[in-house]
Design a protein around this ligand. Sequence first.
Ligand code: ATP
Ligand code: MG
Ligand code: MG
Ligand code: MG
Length: 437
Amino acid sequence: MRLSRYFLPTLKETPSEAQIVSHRLMLRAGLIRQEAAGIYAWLPLGLRVLKRIEQIVREEQERAGAVEILMPTIQLADLWRESGRYDAYGPEMLRIVDRHKRDMLYGPTAEEVVTDIFRGFVKSYRDLPLNLFNIQWKFRDEQRPRFGVMRGREFLMKDAYSFDVDEVGARKSYNRMFVAYLNTFSRLGLKAVPMRADTGPIGGDLSHEFIILADTGESQVFCDRRLVDMPAPGPDVDWNDLQSIVDQRTALYAATDEMHEADRFDAEVGEGDRLTARGIEVGHIFYFGTKYSKPMKAIVAGPDGKDVPVHMGSYGVGVSRLIGAIIEASHDDAGIIWPEAVAPFDVGIINLRPNDEAVSAACEDAWAKLKAAGKTVLYDDRDDRPGGKFATADLIGLPWQLIIGPKGVADGVVELKRRATGERETLPLDAALQKLT
Ligand code: ATP
Ligand code: MG
Ligand code: MG
Ligand code: MG
């Protein structure tokens, strides 16, 4: 992508309404624009990051056996009346009336819709287990939308729903999502800690939140420090038996505010390992048994021929919130530092003298070679001073900057800067490309 032809509306001034660094940087780097309280337009650079996160989340869901669907954003109130949640959900639900005076709503979550889909087709235990997921916009009319996309009103969520014939099966499905979440967050460059959590209005009796530790987080959390650095299990696990992996983590104390028991914390965790911190909830998984299947009659014939309501779980990831969480975890005074896995482009080429033909030719050459090697490139070909270009490059935080100017071209070298460390190196173009590809 050629920056002179791109749409990268960066801001020089720090927006005063943004209280936390990720929100400030998302506005300044031209990732998003607020259109109404808690409602954002995604600008080109922000959209690229959102799509990359979405894709990693998708791949790990599929690896764990979940199947992607796409459910509507607008739902019928009658489905929520069936489950009994229509009145219970309260003012966070955006309620809509259509021209026929039918009550509709903008979905804050999709247990009812997915249960309706399930009961329409699945009649036998032989079709289970089943896990359906979608990555779709949700709306919650939050009391205090703030911190940019971290607490938006409209936000992108991955929500998965598992269906099993009994509790034993449902716990296996739960474990698959538990491990998928550990792997997902690790691929995003984040250290997420699973913590015992309250089930809230979704209901049920087994639940974990996945929390990223950050001073700006809205949750108060308590955990055994050893959980923070425990590596993710990775893809090469026995997906049919994950209990030991889950047990290894749930054996260590970790709880959110609502579930915290101070006595147990002190008794179970050595003083040096006790960690009290703030955290960002990036994922939440639930097992809630027959809470929806019973009232909504999602029933299958069991192995003995008898009808049973299915056992369900639901599993959410805050896809758009994750961008804020990643920036909170990875930035410096100059701007964002994207982990390679989610960076909007792999490399930024900075042309220090765009009206010098030899320099431009060298830049185009480097770009073509990077492209051939499968790398995505943002080429700063703008007629602008080097200082401004360096500042933009640091602000938008691409992992690598390839800096090409007249002196280097004369000497047959380029400069390569690694954004994360600030480390710069002068070397021949081919050697630089070798490092990048
Ligand atoms: P919170 O405690 O932050 O209000 P929640 O517990 O209400 O979140 P869940 O119902 O568990 O949210 O939804 C699943 C995931 O969706 C959350 O773990 C979070 O990552 C994301 N999420 C929830 N509300 C928002 C929001 N207002 N803006 C962005 N992401 C959100
Ligand atoms: Mg909430
Ligand atoms: Mg919560
Ligand atoms: Mg939650």
